[in-house]
Write a protein that binds this ligand. Structure first.
Ligand SMILES: [Zn+2]
Length: 316
């Protein structure tokens, strides 16, 4: 279904065409079909802020999408997408690429008005930039299996975040170069994968070169696993964790985290401190996305280990 854009008449969701060659002068690698009214192209008429960039490799209607920049202070995925579009590899099935929160990326902030990944499904008449963007992005990704890249302040090794362990998840995630999978259905509200079938990956530490390189490897592995790029993946054994609780953080000036993510904290162990006040585990848990300053109100999450997925053959 082609979504309507009554509020601004932009062609945001109708511009999906094969990406132009990057060698052409003065053409963005996100080269897209131009609207008849160039002044409205890509722009949100209300705020004059570019909502998102969309491009495609291959012809036909994509059932696969790669999304970067849901958070504006996580540039790793953007670099991976730009590099791939610059390279223009031959694809065996069409793939859509979206750079999501352009305005936040430009300002190098997580979001402009509110966290986009807590705002889905969004609303075309939302008062916030992200509220409108969530609606546009959901419309853009409708019917696409989506791969969305993030980065954190908590863990340098890539891991996957999923909303339920579906057959698709079981098949694809062990083929990605990740060290763990985190199931977050208890905390899915407002996230992209509450609206669109999505695999999220955390590529590494925010702003690091390693995260950008991981994003590149992860994207290629995903596109290989879904048959868009040729070649084989390297399936691996994968521990699966389920988020069970938020670990609150009291208001304080300084925070410390002593626990290692994905390494079990025993009952009675001190795992964090707020202004020197020790936080002791009542029960054992696996810390996930834990960092002193990554989130405003919480240290991160407690998880339980629920499964280990065996490395399956990529042949079937
Ligand atoms: Zn993020």
């Amino acid at each position: 279904m082609v979504p309507a854009h009554p509020q601004n008449g932009s062609c945001l969701s109708r511009k999906i065409v094969p990406v132009v060659r990057a060698t052409e002068p003065n053409v963005s690698i996100f080269g897209v079909e131009e609207c008849s009214d160039k002044t409205e192209f890509h722009l949100n008429a209300e705020t004059n802020t570019e909502l998102m960039r969309v491009a495609q490799l291959g012809s036909g209607t994509p059932e696969i999408a790669v999304v970067a920049g849901v958070h504006g202070d996580e540039p790793c995925g953007v670099r991976a997408v730009e590099r791939l579009l610059d390279e223009q590899p031959q694809v065996r099935r069409p793939v859509k690429f979206v750079i999501a929160n352009e305005a936040a990326l430009e300002r190098r902030v997580r979001f402009v008005d509110e966290d986009l990944n807590r705002t889905f499904p969004g609303d075309p008449n939302a008062k916030t930039h992200e509220g409108r963007l969530a609606h546009e992005l959901a419309a853009e990704l409708e019917d696409c299996l989506t791969f969305s890249m993030h980065s954190t302040q908590s863990h340098s090794e890539p891991f996957a975040i999923v909303n339920g362990v579906s057959e698709t998840v079981r098949e694809l995630v062990p083929q990605l170069p990740v060290t763990a999978m985190v199931e977050t259905s208890e905390f899915a509200e407002g996230r992209l994968f509450s609206t669109i079938e999505t695999l999220e990956v955390e590529c590494g530490l925010q702003g690091s070169e390693a995260a950008a390189q991981n994003a590149d490897r992860l994207t290629r592995a995903f596109l290989t696993a879904v048959g868009a790029l040729p070649g084989d993946t390297m399936p691996r054994e994968l521990p699966v964790y389920r988020l069970t609780e938020v670990i609150d953080k009291h208001e304080a000036d300084t925070y410390e985290v002593f626990a290692e993510n994905f390494t079990e904290v025993d009952a009675g162990e001190t795992f964090a401190a707020a202004d020197g006040e020790m936080q002791v585990a009542k029960e054992s848990f696996y810390p996930v996305l834990m960092s002193p300053y990554g989130y405003r109100n919480v240290f991160g999450y407690a998880a339980e280990k629920i499964d280990v997925l065996a490395a399956q053959s990529a042949a079937d």
